[in-house]
Design a protein around this ligand. Structure first.
Ligand code: FES
Length: 101
C-alpha cells in the first residue's frame, strides 16, 4: 500500500473530476460532496477520459459515448461496453489528496 500525493483539495471542485497521473497511469479523481474517489481515467469502451465526464451524485457519464460508472466502486452501470474500471483508495492528509494506485 503506497499513497501518492496527486492534488490539493482545492484543485477539484465538488461535483467535478480531474485527471492525475500515478506511476504513469492516468487516474480520474472526483470530488463527491467533499469526499474524493479515484478510478481509471480511460473508459473501457474506447478510452474516453472519464475525468472529463459529467458527475451526477456518485455516477460519472463518459464524455464520448455515455457509458456510466459509479466512481465509488468503478462499477459499470450502463451504456456501451460492459467492463468495470479499477477503483483506488483515496485519503486526505491536511490539504493534500493522496491516491493508492
Ligand atoms: S469511450 Fe466511453 S462510452 Fe465510449
Amino acid at each position: 500500500m503506497s499513497f501518492t500525493k496527486v492534488a490539493k483539495t482545492g484543485d477539484v471542485a465538488e461535483g467535478h473530476g480531474k485527471c492525475v497521473v500515478v506511476g504513469g497511469k492516468n487516474i480520474a479523481l472526483f470530488n463527491v460532496g467533499g469526499t474524493y474517489y479515484a478510478i481509471d481515467d480511460a473508459c473501457p469502451h474506447k478510452g474516453g477520459p472519464l475525468s472529463e465526464g459529467t458527475l451526477n451524485g456518485n455516477d460519472v457519464t463518459c464524455p464520448w459515448h455515455g457509458a456510466i460508472f459509479d466512481v465509488t466502486t468503478g462499477a459499470h452501470l450502463s451504456g456501451p461496453g460492459a467492463s468495470n474500471v479499477n477503483e483506488y483508495k483515496c485519503r486526505v492528509e491536511g490539504d493534500d489528496v493522496e491516491v493508492d494506485a
